[in-house]
Write a protein that binds this ligand. Structure first.
Ligand SMILES: NC(=O)c1ccc[n+]([C@@H]2O[C@H](COP(=O)([O-])OP(=O)(O)OC[C@H]3O[C@@H](n4cnc5c(N)ncnc54)[C@H](O)[C@@H]3O)[C@@H](O)[C@H]2O)c1
Length: 329
């Protein structure tokens, strides 16, 4: 049995990854989870994991070098998967320092710990936002692993920096790293202020559904468990030093997402409230994940319609979890 250290494991994607391992690979992995429990986390997300003897939790900030080293010294992880990150919602844009500290310096602390204590693999969980965006009418263009980085926000810049740091530790110190870059996730346990959970939760309460600038932005939307399976495939089968794009190839605009939720819940389209947004021209985010599909044999298993159905069901059954964030809709 290998010890896998999961940072940011109380967050959306990290917790789904923990449950994937606990539920589907109970004989293969023991999990040590580190999370600072920022505003984005709800500790109850890990309630079921806490019952499992193969799961151990540390409330810690990845930037705290001394404490992180102590955890490595105590737990001897074989593999480290770095999910911990400051991820964007409107109010975080007012403090870019947060992104740089957690996403870059926190990653450096973990890379240094991996060098000092020795590991089999450090996996950096990256995002397709490092590639920038594409005009809506250029349906011929896609992001590949060698597409130049063209970041546009403190978030994407900090995530690109973390990827580059990981690569630098591979090239300079031969640290065995891999990187995955995934498209937009949705599914159980996502912070309710993010777009899809916000739409679902408002729809479940018969509130109006806000759409800005026509809702034209098109994103590749992937069900979170498919992302987690992709990360596991990269860790188990990916080549050291390589980057793997992960995406569903199901591009959906914001307005299509809203219409899907409305259809699933049998609501009337009059619940949509359009707001003008002059900054919003509509952009496309399109990822090509054929490298992961051919090399690793990974393929997404959940279609968008099925994934949205599962996600609605999860939020319907977990109103208490949502209320734990104290959001007034
Ligand atoms: N959600 C997506 O669509 C998506 C897509 C591609 C990549 N990713 C990447 O996946 C990772 C997880 O994203 P998410 O959507 O689950 O975000 P999230 O905000 O739900 O979770 C992030 C977790 O990290 C923890 N955290 C934040 N700062 C920390 C710190 N300094 N020390 C320790 N823990 C800290 C938070 O408490 C939270 O539990 C991120 O690295 C993100 O860039 C996410």
């Amino acid at each position: 049995m290998k010890t896998i250290l999961v940072t940011g494991g109380a967050g959306f994607v990290g917790s789904n990854f923990c449950y994937l391992l606990l539920d589907e690979r109970p004989d293969d992995y023991r999990i040590v989870c580190i999370d600072a429990l920022t505003y984005a986390a709800n500790f109850h997300t890990l309630d079921r994991a806490e019952q499992n003897p193969n799961f151990k939790f540390y409330r810690e900030n990845v930037c705290n070098r001394e404490e992180i080293y102590k955890i490595f010294e105590t737990e001897h992880p074989d593999i480290v998967v770095n999910f911990a990150a400051e991820t964007p919602i409107d109010r975080t844009f007012s403090n870019p320092t947060l992104f740089l500290e957690t996403n870059i310096l926190g990653t450096q602390v973990l890379l240094d710990a991996c060098r000092k204590f020795g590991i089999e693999r450090f996996h950096q969980v990256g995002t397709d936002e490092v590639y920038g965006d594409i005009p809506l009418d250029r349906t011929d263009l896609f992001f590949y692993e060698d597409t130049p980085i063209q970041t546009s926000s403190p978030y994407s810049t900090s995530k690109a920096s973390a990827d580059l740091l990981a690569t630098a530790y591979y090239r300079t110190y031969e640290l065995p790293i891999t990187i995955s870059r995934c498209s937009n996730n949705y599914g159980p346990g996502q912070y309710p202020r993010k777009f899809i959970p916000m739409i679902i939760n408002r729809a479940l309460q018969n509130k109006e559904l806000p759409v800005y600038g026509g809702g034209l932005n098109e994103r590749d939307r992937i069900y979170v468990k498919d992302h987690c399976r992709g990360i596991l495939s990269v860790i188990e089968k990916g080549r050291i030093g390589e980057i793997y794009n992960l995406g569903s190839s199901e591009e959906k605009s914001d307005i299509e997402v809203v219409r899907t939720v409305i259809r699933e819940l049998g609501l009337d389209e009059s619940v949509i409230k359009h707001y003008e947004d002059r900054r919003e021209r509509g952009r496309r985010y399109a990822i090509d994940s054929s490298k992961a599909r051919t090399e690793l044999g990974w393929n997404p298993e959940v279609s968008f319609d099925e994934g949205i159905r599962k996600t609605i069901e999860w939020y319907r059954n977990n109103a208490e979890w949502v209320n734990g964030f104290g959001i007034v809709w």
